[in-house]
Design a protein around this ligand. Structure first.
Ligand SMILES: [Zn+2]
Length: 87
């Protein structure tokens, strides 16, 4: 995992946008379920204040082509989250 962006929350914590690889049967952004799992590049966001992890549908990470969507969601969470930093 590597952090590619950070957003400051209202409470002073950070929301980190992180890349990762994960196994999915929805490869290459397809909405159709594939037969075999494939490892793909993905992205999630984690709020260090309240512990929320932002994912795409069904709890799967966003896929690489959904980075803009993940970025907007992370920024929207930061703009609303009032949790204080935990450590
Ligand atoms: Zn939060």
């Amino acid at each position: 995992m590597s952090v590619v962006a950070r957003f400051a929350t209202l409470g002073g914590a950070t929301v980190e946008l992180q890349t990762l690889k994960f196994a999915t049967r929805y490869a290459h952004g397809s909405r159709h379920l594939g037969v075999e799992e494939q490892t793909v590049d993905g992205i999630v966001w984690d709020c260090r204040g309240c512990g929320t992890r932002g994912t795409a549908v069904h709890g799967d990470p966003y896929q690489a082509h959904q980075r803009d969507q993940a970025t907007r969601a992370a920024n929207a969470h930061a703009a609303a989250c009032r949790a204080l930093p935990t450590a």
